[in-house]
Design a protein around this ligand. Sequence first.
Ligand code: HEM
Length: 221
Amino acid sequence: MRWYTTSLGKKFIMGITGLLMVVFVLAHMLGNLSTFGGANGLNAYAEHLRVFPPGLWAFRGLMALAFVVHIITGVLLYLENRAARPVPYANKKNDRTTFSALTMVWTGILLGIFVLIHLLQFTLHAFNAEWAHLVDAMGRFDVFTMVSAGLSNPLWAAFYIGAVVVLLLHLLHGIQSFFQSLGLTNENTFCSINLGGKFVAFVLAVGFVLIPLTIFFGIVK
Ligand code: HEM
């Protein structure tokens, strides 16, 4: 574990755990698009996820581990960087950096809080205990009615749209930073990796934001 104490080791861990989460978020966004297939589309998709419970739980365990390790390592790196430069620059100009890069630790913490609230709402049904008993005409868990009930409330719709903006900010820098952390960029590839990362971040944001928007405005019923 000595390599973990180095900043390079921590960056590597950030890259690997970040990659796992980006793959999850992509799969989750694509799966969520089945909401456009109405109740039958989303409920059938959710049912498929539950066909092999040990696999589902192994996957959830891996993602929970990646989530916790990513946040702890990110905060440790941030504190290390701050300790290395206790006195801020007198005239700090961030010519070569972006708002997304500067706010990584804060957007990361906000996303962590979002995921906890999101799990409490849709997985643990902590705010609406009755959702746990929703069943559709085919006897499946009625995820569609649950999501529609949640996102037709303006406060929850705004909460999800806000979370997607934070996700976009985090990934605009995060995806290309993952390639750097794993030592996969050089002068020739940096530009295309940077653009590719931003493109994936935008695709994710558009895919996610469509769900609260279309449900809230009654386009999907
Ligand atoms: C904005 C649109 C989103 C919608 C409508 C949505 C919907 C859902 C629903 C319905 C579930 C429960 C699935 C089930 O029990 O069958 C779920 C689980 C989850 N979501 Fe989302 N989600 C959204 C965005 C996100 C984002 C942006 C993230 C991560 C940054 C995320 C992370 C998770 C996680 C970690 C789970 C738990 C997965 C599991 O139970 O194994 N979601 N989501």
